[in-house]
Write a protein that binds this ligand. Structure first.
Ligand code: SF4
Length: 249
């Protein structure tokens, strides 16, 4: 039996990513954008604004809201001299407005004003899919797989909110799930954290104007962490939670 285990080890080798913060994604990965309005006429700016399906682009002043962005790449394809998505995958914020990228400015993920102190440096989270399409949910699941292995940093998901310190909410929050969001969050003992993962959860994404969406839950509860992406990448998920909780990876 031990020989079988050794054989498997040599065939698979070590699959866990050693250093999460130093990981580099391929150039074609769409992460933090760099934007400039240089050389654009007011008509072109308007055209650029209108092609965005989620109104993530503002003209005055020229800016791109990563909390609304689907990272579809359409704006970069049509205006390659003005919008470029870098492979910078660290995209999180502690205040909603921190996710806005301004023209001719380099954007960096912020440090928390007050990192949360955790007992035993562990955090258990209850994931709630509030009308998501399983994109963000799959990436949250992937954060625990053999490659990313978030549990080595004391981060894990739990089935019961009674055992959790945080709720990770995905999806635009449909009417049918708004009660579930409220009751799940209320089942977590204080003090607790609310984490939004992905564009749909952060802004409603494509569905924000749908009559079947009810985002009033977010009027009653202020999120502690916004993890941007559509969906958010596991590297981003793990690093942002580590940043929120003052943990060094
Ligand atoms: S990449 Fe983002 S900003 Fe650009 S068109 Fe798509 S959703 Fe809009």
């Amino acid at each position: 039996m031990i020989f079988d285990a050794i054989k498997i080890f040599f065939s698979h080798r070590k699959q866990t990513i050693k250093s999460i913060p130093n990981s580099v994604l391929p150039e074609k990965y769409r992460g933090v954008p760099e934007i400039t309005s240089d050389g654009l006429s007011s008509e072109q700016l308007k055209e650029l604004q209108q092609l965005c399906p989620t109104s993530a682009i503002e003209v005055k002043p020229f800016s791109l809201d990563m909390g609304k962005c689907l990272f579809c790449g359409e704006c970069e394809k049509c205006f390659p001299n003005n919008i470029h998505f870098t492979n910078q995958w660290k995209i999180w914020a502690f205040e909603r407005k921190q996710l806005i990228v301004h023209a001719n400015e380099k954007w960096h993920a912020p440090e928390p004003a007050n990192p949360v102190t955790l007992l035993n440096k562990t955090i258990r989270m209850r994931q709630l899919c509030a009308g998501g399409d399983m994109g963000c949910e799959l990436e949250l699941g992937a954060s625990s797989n053999v490659n990313f292995d978030m549990e080595r940093f004391g981060m894990s998901f739990t089935a019961s909110p009674r055992h959790a310190e945080a709720m990770v909410l995905t999806g635009p929050i449909t009417k049918n799930m708004s009660f579930a969001a409220e009751s799940t969050f209320s089942a977590i003992a204080d003090p607790k954290l609310l984490i939004l993962s992905g564009t749909d959860a952060i802004s409603g994404g494509m569905f924000v104007d749908s009559p079947d969406i009810d985002r009033s839950f977010l009027d009653r509860h202020k999120p502690d962490l916004y993890i941007a992406g559509s969906p958010a990448h596991p590297l981003n998920i793990i690093s942002s939670i580590a940043s929120l909780t003052g943990r060094t990876l």
